[in-house]
Design a protein around this ligand. Sequence first.
Ligand code: GLC
Length: 426
Amino acid sequence: MLRIFAVAAAILVVNAGLSANARAEVTISISCSSLGIEQQLCKSSSDAWAKATGNKVKLVSTPADANERLALYQTMLAAQAKDIDVFQIDVIWPAILAPHLMDLTAMLSEQDRSDHFKVLVDNNTVDGKLVAVPWFMDAGLLYYRKDLLEKYGKEVPKTWTELTDTAKAIMEGEKQAGKSGLQGYVWQGRAYEGLTCNALEWIASYGGGSIVNADGEVTIDNPQAAQALDMAKNWIGTISPKGVLSYSEEESRGVFQSGNAVFMRNWPYAWALANADDSPVKGKVGVAVLPHGEGPDARNASALGGQNLAVSSYSAHPEEAADLVRYLTSAQEQKRRALEGSFNPTLRSLYSDTELLTANPFYEDFLPIVESAVPRPSTVTGRRYNQVSSAFVRTVHGTLSGQRTASAVLVDLNKELERLSRGGKW
Ligand code: GLC
């Protein structure tokens, strides 16, 4: 408790502009993920903070794979290691890591609090404690090749059936023109958290729910979920390469960005890279909401993702660590990251910034996508979320690559999750 007050008081002092030079120089270590240009941007921003405050920053590089990063964090935090002061944490981890993170409530001004998307602030609040400050927001998007759709007179697909048909038609057309390497649709099919996001999107888009509902009831065994998984299974070896079962975000981007796929599912960061000067598809890419399924409950569904910054309870320099978080999550930094890397701000006001809208035209359509995005059931399942997601991924990956039908495996998954749920109490 004392520590919490110490940090709150220190933040007020730093905000009040007390000369940082008056204090001894410290080194703050920050862990950043390495998806796309994340490391690069994290380094330039942290260095700018170090320069402005007279401190030093050490960047600890961590794996891009969410599951590997969580395992690393859990090991370090369980040992109460002081090696990392500031952690980049995924939106699905606040409950899992909360016991090891400081309360940053005092850091958010009232103005920031009302500008940040409420869903994110609520997501990061565990038992009344703000364990992390929102940094950027993700939602699954459909990337498409404008030039190819135009060439074949096709519309941007609104349903998965349309996507499948369009992908097949363009692959066939290009094959006849001698380009047989073109893939129809690339996504994240490896057995990791990214597949949880993709599969949740397919299932929710058929009206099949989000694995566990807001009341804690396991809902995964339903016909729409089975239909959605059967659909994805049919893509493999037709519009998606067999290798998609080992793709994460970066492998999919590699195929799409080198000009070898018509469609890709990915997060917003891929926009800046696909349009970078060295990208073979620069200027040829469009972004749209992901297609929806069939049936009365069909809807567009993007998984809600994103990253936050948290301060370790074991940090030897909590005041400076909190100040670095304040700096990195400020409007000015969020804007810079959005311009340079299309990392979507968590501050609503930036979505009407004309400079940002020119650089990232899809921001205009992004607000409704985010507002209706499907969160993974990490709040309701709390500390057990990782077990839920792992069981889900195992089942989905097994279905996509194996012989059993989706309806049969979902019965087993439902039972497994019910056992884990302790009667819905989690
Ligand atoms: C992105 C998202 C994160 C998600 C991960 C899955 O990093 O921001 O929420 O868990 O991708 O690969």
